[in-house]
Design a protein around this ligand. Structure first.
Ligand SMILES: [Zn+2]
Length: 115
């Protein structure tokens, strides 16, 4: 089991680094749009605004993902990784393989708003 934990920890760590890098990139793109706004026409400003909104939505999603990954890494540390947060049963390994940060088993995930 220690080995399986280690494999998942590495996967979670890797995705966390990638997510943090993507957040930094999204932050930069929001900043760039703001700088460009004074020098572009109306249509471009609308485009820039939409891009900025998209970057914000993306950033929020990435932040949610980051928190999920951090929580999963925490569960690895605590030895509670792979246990459903609702019913404490083992989460299906295929679910964890598809999403290493999965929190709920396939039964409890039904009805969760943020699986
Ligand atoms: Zn469950």
């Amino acid at each position: 089991m220690a080995n399986a934990y280690e494999v998942m920890r590495i996967r979670l760590d890797t995705e966390l680094s990638q997510t943090i890098a993507a957040i930094e990139q999204a932050k930069r793109s929001v900043g760039t749009v703001e700088l460009d706004q004074s020098s572009v026409g109306r249509v471009s400003r609308i485009d820039a605004f939409q891009q900025q909104e998209l970057a914000k939505v993306l950033q929020e999603r990435l932040n949610v993902r980051k928190r999920k990954l951090e929580a999963a890494l925490n569960r690895v540390e605590l030895g509670a990784y792979g246990l459903c947060c609702a019913c404490q049963c083992d989460v299906d390994p295929a679910r964890l393989d598809a999403d290493p940060a999965a929190v709920f088993c396939s039964v409890c995930v039904v009805g969760q708003t943020n699986p």
